[in-house]
Design a protein around this ligand. Structure first.
Ligand code: ADP
Ligand code: MG
Length: 451
């Protein structure tokens, strides 16, 4: 059986598995053109057809084709023009990087050093999908989220991946750079009294003679009308040629109030994905990764990491800054060890408000003050009366022995007490518990209330 006969039997079979309309739209005009190295190459006529076969029918196709041919094949779908240019068929073959082409990519941002967690896993997955098949899966890709959450990092990672793995031209620009280029172009054009259109051609070549355009912080496109118009034209040109467009913004497309509706509409043609602030686990993982890369593993104690992770809740850039600051501070103190005390000192005006593991400590304070019928604020006060000081010592004891908080942390939470004061309190209560069973039971009751 030759490939044509094979494909005809396949088509007969698949006809029975799907609706007529699906068959007519997606399969009727497809052709099997070649089988090599376990890969069956199918020619299709439309981009959307290729996308749909690949994304929605591939499993069925492989299954039915195995029934017909008796062995397993992977499928590749190609368009006529791809066949002519002989690209994409061997997408797995590593492309020759365009070394002498300006990409503006920063090689330090890669997928390898982008740490994935709940808040960014969807953005990460779409970014990988786009990097693997630029111009095919999701176009445009629109990534948004507040500052310092990894948008720029992720975009460079996509660009770097494409340059390394595909023979494609990638251009990364900030939106400001695009605006600047465009304004520069129109200025030069006017100066030359529109005789010389070279500058326009240079601009167009830069932004259209590429395969992937990455444009960062699109919110700065503003309402400069001509620039928006030019961006619109660039977008349409690239999109129409199946070139990948990747856009980032600090807000969702709908909230880009200065942009024209028709642009917003286009941003929604592909996929929109948000990066949210990292949760505690992700923050810890990013810290671990960062100190790992700088070979600081051994010098960075767990409580320092937790202190940073608890206080930097909404910005990875700030998280990285905190690590750098602590290291710099330790170096300044003639290379002393990094300890929680040192970190607290180094970062004292870096965080707006220290919060550290508050929930549990807060809970303990609440439980203890309820039991002794005093106010939570009293526990944090400097009051020395026994009715206040004793419950405070109990609360400190529980925080130390049950929550396993450090003396320094507890000191801070209880209104800035010295760690020796905390230690004294803990020791005193430990001793009382040892000597007095009834008191021990009382304390245990309190401990049991912690959720
Ligand atoms: P944005 O563009 O969203 O303002 P950036 O991409 O510039 O943020 O990220 C700020 C810093 O945080 C960069 O140094 C980046 O490498 C780092 N960063 C952000 N998210 C992550 C992550 N998930 N894993 C590793 N580093 C990250
Ligand atoms: Mg950025």
């Amino acid at each position: 059986m030759n490939v044509e006969q094979l494909w005809n039997s396949f088509l007969e079979k698949i006809k029975g598995r799907i609706s007529k309309i699906s068959y007519d739209t997606w399969f009727a005009d497809s052709k099997l053109i070649e089988i090599k190295d376990n890969v069956a190459i199918v020619l299709v006529s439309m981009h959307i057809q290729k996308k749909n076969l690949k994304e929605n029918y591939n499993d069925l196709i492989e299954e039915v084709f195995t029934e017909v041919s008796g062995s397993n094949f992977k499928f590749k779908y190609v368009l006529e023009e791809e066949l002519e240019n002989n690209i994409e068929i061997n997408t797995d073959v590593i492309g020759v990087p365009n070394n002498n082409f300006e990409t503006n990519l920063n090689s330090k941002y890669t997928f390898d050093n982008f740490i994935v967690g709940e808040s960014n896993k969807f953005a990460h997955a779409t970014a990988v999908a786009v990097a693997e098949s630029p111009g095919q899966m999701y176009n445009p890709l629109f990534i948004y989220g507040s500052s310092g959450l990894g948008k720029t990092h992720l975009m460079h990672a996509i660009g770097n991946y494409i340059v390394e793995n595909k023979n494609k031209r990638v251009l990364y620009v900030t939106c400001e750079k695009f605006v600047e280029d465009f304004i520069g172009t129109t200025r030069k054009k006017n100066k030359n009294n529109s005789e010389n259109f070279d500058v326009v051609e240079i601009f167009k070549k830069k932004y259209r003679d590429i395969d992937v355009l990455i444009i960062d912080d699109i919110q700065y496109l503003g309402n400069a009308n001509q620039t928006q118009q030019e961006f619109f034209n660039t977008f349409n040109d690239l999109y129409g040629n199946n070139k990948q467009i990747i856009i980032s913004s600090d807000r969702s497309p709908e909230d880009l109030k200065l942009l024209e509706e028709r642009l917003i509409t286009r941003f929604n043609w592909g996929i929109t994905t948000i990066i949210s602030p990292p949760d505690f686990e992700l923050r810890m993982n990013i810290i671990d990764n960062k100190i790992d890369n700088n070979m600081l593993n051994n010098s960075f104690p767990q409580d320092v990491k937790e202190y940073i992770a608890s206080n930097c809740t909404s910005d990875v850039r700030k998280l990285e800054g905190a690590i750098t600051r602590v290291v710099a501070y330790a170096t300044m103190m003639s290379g002393s060890d990094i300890t929680l005390d040192l970190a607290i000192d180094a970062l004292q005006d870096y965080f707006t408000k220290p919060i550290m593991n508050k929930n549990k400590i807060d809970q303990v304070m609440q439980i203890v003050s309820n039991y002794y019928n005093i106010k939570v604020e009293d526990l944090k006060s400097k009051k020395r009366k026994n009715e206040i000081a004793f419950p405070r010592q109990v609360a400190m004891y529980i925080c130390r022995n049950i929550l396993d908080e450090s003396l320094t942390k507890i000191g801070i939470e209880f209104g800035g007490k010295d760690h020796t004061t905390v230690m004294h309190s803990v020791n005193k209560i430990s001793k009382l518990i040892k000597d007095d069973n009834k008191f021990e039971m009382e304390i245990n009751k309190l401990i049991n209330q912690i959720k």
